[in-house]
Ligand binder design. Sequence first.
Ligand code: C5P
Length: 322
Amino acid sequence: MPHRSIPAGSCVTAVAPAKINLHLAVGDVRADGYHDLVTVYQALDMWEKVTVRPADADVVTVAGPSAEQVPTDRTNLAARAVDLLREEAGMDLPLAIHIVKGVPVAGGMAGGSADAAAALVATDRLLGMGLSRRELEERAARLGSDIPFCVRGGTALGTGRGEALATLLHASTRRYVVVATARGGLATPAVYSELDRLRAEREMPRVGDAEGLVRALGDGDPATVAATMGNDLEAAALSLMPPLRKTLRAGMEAGDLHGIVSGSGPTCAFLCGDADTALAVSLELAGAGVCRTVRVASGPAGGAHVLPGRENNPQDEPEDLA
Ligand code: C5P
């Protein structure tokens, strides 16, 4: 493989957002093991930060909450993203990847997908590839279903296995969400399998299409948005982790509009009418002892992007980026 050189000391840091699924309708399992989805993604202002720099050898390091649970071999989604672009660029330069977690690990908020999205954007810049957003999203779809959305951000309708996106430009009103993380995580494939098992056992209610929510996102009324939110994976997450019922109940009782399990869980997301209500709900939930951590987030947030001033800045040590 040719060895194109890049300037010594080069270094790029990029961030990518967490997502919640305001609506997640899951179809039956397909021949390839995936499920057709109709989902409304919204990016939240919780960020994964990924720095890529030339090094003596390929290495992945991770900092932040539950960092020890994140793999540091080449199965790490950020490493897979770096490997994909480096091969495409025809380079064999060893690269160090440093990830700072700002999104719960195994929480149903696309933390790993955001790592891949940020790594794609950072590596594209570091290697001078100049890929367009569309080209980055195409590479993202090869790596995982939620990764194109983490590249794009905003609010979007997702179909296919979640990778086919249509941005919902009218959904620009700021929404406040209380995010409650659970003790322990859930593996996404296990939650989908549990839904298949439950559906084989009995008729399960389905949230249906996203028309109601898509309309509601336009009129700006948080109560209408809350009333049309839904997640087919919620029953499966609750079946695998029954204590989540308590978290959902406590959040509802704290006076918010509506709470759902986020994606495949176990993080719960409570939509609130405004920032003050969100703060009050978060304090009450924190005191109720029904979750591991609570925080207020808002959306829609932007997509993956290089951090200004974090480019070609060799004096930035990973510790400084936390
Ligand atoms: O695409 P990604 O690697 O993120 O998906 C992780 C797992 O989640 C898949 O292997 C599959 O078990 C499940 N999944 C699914 N249907 C989807 C998306 C994910 O069954 N649309």
